[in-house]
Design a protein around this ligand. Structure first.
Ligand SMILES: NC(=O)c1ccc[n+]([C@@H]2O[C@H](COP(=O)([O-])OP(=O)(O)OC[C@H]3O[C@@H](n4cnc5c(N)ncnc54)[C@H](OP(=O)(O)O)[C@@H]3O)[C@@H](O)[C@H]2O)c1
Length: 326
């Protein structure tokens, strides 16, 4: 069993590693629902309690799948998100991603209320353990969105509030309206911008850091050499053409270090994140039960000061080629 970490200074204890369910929607290759449910069960059995979904993953389908998997599983801590509009009948604000497409974002209170009820119904639960705003809506003050989320807490439909893909300034404004338990942001050995402004602010406010794409969407496992035709990572410039080869060269010494430490590259990436503070909770995604076991073992790897310095030097901020998602 992996250990536990606290979700923010006044929050509940959750498994020290979470599980990202987005990969079960075929974004990074085909996924089988029966295996997906076995994988989530394996995660819960290993003490990985926080299961991360979003209403937009698979246009609602992912919440249905997660709901099936967690039914009757008492240690499951279910997190979901709203704000990326996927319903054809709903409106939103265009948010260009920098990857050649835009997201439609809606953080208006009336939408928040509607979408929460739909999420609860798909998940088959009376209340969400953690409900995130997926992206702030450029057209709606974050205070208004969080005000609506706080109403859902008072109504007993949500236990804790989270934010995702926000700036330090947005966190401060939101936290002044209602305590924020966790902020989800891309954080890994190939994306470290969070360290400069966001993390210090979260630490000052006592908010947990949930690290999305902690394995660099698979890159840091050293196993992604090419992408299938429908693979969503085609949009990610870090995986595109020459960039993938360049990044493979730049990160080769890191992968080699994992070998020298007799751990896998995935374990090195997760163990490093977990050494960045007790408040950091990575949520690796996988479709495979055996990868759950491998990743869970990362939670008991001890890296010493020298090893941490070595890793830091081999994966300096800015090393990866290719722009990130906004
Ligand atoms: N808030 C946001 O905006 C946002 C954005 C993106 C993601 N997220 C959340 O973060 C979660 C994780 O991010 P992610 O799925 O993008 O990337 P990730 O966790 O960094 O990487 C997932 C990829 O790594 C592979 N993998 C996992 N463990 C492995 C192992 N031990 N060995 C080899 N390969 C391994 C998986 O392949 P296999 O399936 O073959 O194991 C999968 O393709 C998502 O599921 C989602 O819940 C949030």
């Amino acid at each position: 069993m992996i250990g536990k970490r606290q979700l923010g200074k006044d929050g509940p204890l959750v498994g020290a590693l979470g599980y990202g369910a987005m990969v079960l929607e075929g974004y990074y290759g085909a996924s089988d629902d029966d295996e997906a449910i076995r994988t989530i069960h394996r995660a819960l059995d290993a003490g990985v309690t926080m299961i991360d979904s979003a209403d937009a993953y698979g246009n609602g389908r992912n919440e249905g799948l997660v709901g099936r998997a967690v039914r009757g599983r008492r240690n499951a801590f279910v997190a979901s998100k709203f704000g990326i509009v996927f319903e054809p009948t709903e409106t939103g604000t265009d948010l260009p991603t920098g990857w050649g497409f835009s997201l439609k974002i809606n953080g208006r209170p009336d939408y928040a209320k509607r979408t929460l009820d739909a999420s609860l119904s798909r998940l088959g639960v009376d209340a969400l353990d953690l409900w995130y705003l997926h992206y702030p809506d450029p057209a709606t003050p974050i205070e208004d969105t969080v005000g609506a989320m706080a109403s859902a807490v008072r109504a007993g439909k949500v236990r804790h509030i989270g934010l995702s893909n926000v700036t330090a300034e947005q966190v401060r404004r939101a936290h002044a309206v209602h305590p924020i338990a966790a902020v989800q942001y891309e954080y890994s050995l190939w994306r470290r911008e969070a360290e400069t402004q966001l993390l210090p602010t979260l630490r000052e406010l006592g908010i947990a850091v949930v690290a999305w794409s902690p394995l660099g969407a698979g890159f840091l496992t050293g196993t992604v050499n090419s992408l299938g035709a429908n693979d969503f990572r085609q949009y990610n410039p870090r995986f595109a053409g020459q960039n993938l080869a360049t990044n493979a060269d730049r990160y080769a010494p890191l992968l080699q270090l994992a070998g020298e430490l007799s751990i896998t590259p995935a374990q090195l990436a997760l163990a490093w994140l977990m050494h960045q503070g007790e408040d950091v909770i990575p949520i690796p995604g996988t479709r495979r039960a055996e990868h759950i076991d491998e990743n869970a073992r990362a939670a008991s790897i001890q890296l010493d000061e020298k090893q941490l310095r070595q890793i830091d030097a081999l994966a300096q901020p800015g090393l990866a080629e290719g722009r990130t998602l906004v």
